[in-house]
Design a binder for this molecule. Sequence first.
Ligand code: SF4
Length: 262
Amino acid sequence: MLEMQEKNTTEQKPVIGYVHSIETFGSVDGPGVRFVAFLQGCRMRCEFCHNPDTWNIGVGTEMTADALLEQAVKYKAFWGKKGGITVSGGESLLQIDFIIDLFKKAKALGINTCLDTCGQPFTYKEPFFSRFKELMAYTDVSLVDIKHINPYEHKKLTGWTNENILAMIQYMSDNGHHMWIRHVLVPERTDYDDYLAQLGAYIKTIKTVDKVEVLPYHTMGVSKYENLGINYPLKGIEPPTQERVQNAEKLLDTKAYTGYKN
Ligand code: SF4
């Protein structure tokens, strides 16, 4: 009896993840075909966010890593050599313990792992930093969004500065962690040649960039704001023209990054 009690108190409880939604055949969230888990919760408030329904923290479908993995492996036959599992958000790093558990178990099964993050929770402070280092050991590639290269404009656009986000990217560069960098092109916010050239020059200093993508701003999330009763901050701003997208791709030199083709 005593033995059983001792066993119960030392057994670790499984980490619970709060999942917003799942996409079983994702084709844009990392290399190849992927099972994508969108986690719930984000502290940023990007003006162009098309998923405001992912913002609330501590809500969503509660799942263990084992349960999520069990669902994911049903699709393994479709992943080929490049595909696998992506964890996205919301801001995935808010649930770092859950992702460590998931990716550790996925790697043990030989599954390719991809972390999609905006980097906002990153800090060198403990306990986060040790957890982040552990997560990187189980992550094959990260998709990192840079919302704005200018710290002041970044704060206006998202509510938060980008200094810790750039620190995370630097850490990943210095430690050989591969990434794709993504940038949302928003007229009147990020679509200025000066800022794009600055961003392009910054990306050149990062050693582990496999791919750079320009994501044109779109208005598909507007109805979600209406449903949630939130004011949409970019009313009246239209998606960028094809010409401006091509201009941004040129300034970010996207063609130069071909290391890990999707
Ligand atoms: S980081 Fe992503 S989920 Fe969070 S507000 Fe920005 S676009 Fe939305």
